[in-house]
Design a protein around this ligand. Structure first.
Ligand SMILES: CC(C)(COP(=O)(O)OP(=O)(O)OC[C@H]1O[C@@H](n2cnc3c(N)ncnc32)[C@H](O)[C@@H]1OP(=O)(O)O)[C@@H](O)C(=O)NCCC(=O)NCCS
Length: 214
């Protein structure tokens, strides 16, 4: 068992595992970030984000620092759990869940990316379903939200396909340029209609003990 129990939380599906993003796993994933394989065109990421850094060495350093900062900021207003997506023993991306005033609203949002080498074969949808299982079953969430630029076809298709309802638009910049985001919202009731029975949660008690959930 790790001395920081939140890093022991895992979600497993028949094809992938979300593992708490330990430094060891982040080290294994760093070459993907170094090679720029987390990117897509047009950029799916709003500003500011370490992924927009063009120098690969500095990009990895900024990426790690952003995760370390996020891990350390755990309060009622905002917390974030970072998971590395592991397929057949190989780290291929990340899937995070964020609670914003969770104890008041019960709302989570999610953020994810996959190495370009592993996209387009259902893993993105699978990892979103895994994190929703953690949020609704493990953490007792009431709803989940997601944002994606209107031209991010994969992310929008995942939200639509999992029953999220359109919830208007937002604006953000990416690489300094303004762009439109779709907002999506999934209620607990709708998730229950789509919920999977083959996704397992491990060591979730750590979330109840160490996150401000109520
Ligand atoms: C978003 C991301 C994680 C999705 O993962 P993925 O493995 O490529 O997606 P999947 O294979 O599970 O496909 C999910 C859906 O998107 C559709 N899709 C995937 N790529 C697509 C594309 N390039 N164009 C149109 N539709 C696409 C699939 O057909 C599928 O739709 P369906 O469920 O209706 O059949 C991945 O594309 C990625 O890392 N993108 C860059 C980072 C990013 O956009 N992160 C999200 C920020 S909001």
């Amino acid at each position: 068992m790790l001395s920081y129990p939140l890093l022991d939380v895992r979600v497993s599906t028949p094809v992938l595992e979300l593992r708490g993003a330990t430094d060891e796993l982040l080290d294994q994933l760093a070459p993907v970030v170094h090679a720029g394989k987390m990117n897509a065109e047009p950029s799916p990421y709003d500003d500011p984000i370490s992924f927009h850094e063009t120098d690969p060495d500095i990009r990895v350093v900024k990426w790690l620092r952003s995760i370390w900062r996020g891990r350390g900021n755990v309060d009622a207003d905002r917390w974030r759990l970072y998971f590395v997506v592991v397929v057949d023993g190989e780290p291929v991306g990340m899937q995070d869940v964020v609670g914003a005033s969770f104890s008041t609203f019960g709302t989570v949002t999610s953020f994810s990316w996959l190495s370009v080498d592993h996209r387009g074969r259902g893993l993105g949808k699978e990892m979103r379903q895994a994190i929703l299982q953690l949020a609704f079953e493990g953490l007792g969430a009431k709803e989940a939200t997601s944002d994606a630029f209107v031209d991010n076809q994969a992310s929008n298709a995942i939200s639509r396909g999992l029953g999220y309802a359109p919830d208007g638009f937002d604006r953000a910049t990416r690489r300094g340029e303004p762009a439109l985001l779709n907002r999506w919202r999934l209620s607990r009731e709708t998730w229950e209609q789509h919920r999977r029975t083959d996704i397992e949660l491990h060591n979730v008690d750590a979330c109840r003990a160490y996150l401000p959930l109520s």
